[in-house]
Design a protein around this ligand. Structure first.
Ligand code: ZN
Length: 176
């Protein structure tokens, strides 16, 4: 079982689940957006499009989630009190792992790691929660992440062995 699940048994109420989901989806949306912007700056249109699509998907979750959260009093967590063992939420891509040289395949593989972690996090909660509502909602969130995984896997199947060269029409250091 991966690290992200270690704290998952501590989440057993809807407000706790929603607070974690809100933090995770907010961070994921912002991060994918930043990465898409960065890739557009470097004219990596295909890589940018992957991150942009994920940003939109996460954004859609976020809208749904914000609506759900409005019905509850959510607990306030300090950043270190969230029940994930990584410094950041499982779905947020480490910006240091992204470079303008990144290929479409590299971007898809990196996003896959994080989407799988997000899915595992929710699935772990669903597995361990004794509260029915928490179990049902966590399974639904896991299923939504599984859709992202499915889409990314189909992207990966369409990728060549390394398409970096194809998507890099302008070497970044050239002065024209
Ligand atoms: Zn996702």
């Amino acid at each position: 079982m991966s690290n992200e699940l270690q704290g998952a048994d501590a989440i057993n109420t809807l407000p706790e689940l929603l607070a974690h989901a809100l933090a995770m989806e907010t961070e994921a949306t912002e991060r994918y957006g930043e990465l898409a912007d960065q890739m557009e700056t470097h004219r990596k249109a295909k890589v940018a499009a992957i991150f942009r699509r994920l940003e939109k998907e996460e954004q859609a979750h976020l809208v749904e989630l914000t609506h759900m959260c409005s019905k509850y009093e959510l607990p306030h967590y300090a950043p270190w009190d969230y029940k994930w063992n990584t410094g950041e939420s499982p779905e947020a891509i480490d910006i240091g792992k992204v470079s303008y040289r990144m290929s479409v395949r590299g971007a898809v593989e990196l996003a896959l790691v994080h989407e799988r972690r997000a899915c595992d996090f929710y699935a772990g909660i669903a597995q361990r929660a004794t509260d029915d509502e928490v179990r049902i909602l966590a399974s639904q969130f896991a299923a939504e992440e599984r859709e992202h995984i499915g889409w990314l896997e189909s992207c990966l199947a369409d990728c060549g062995p390394d398409d970096a060269a194809i998507d890099d029409p302008d070497p970044p250091l050239s002065q024209e």
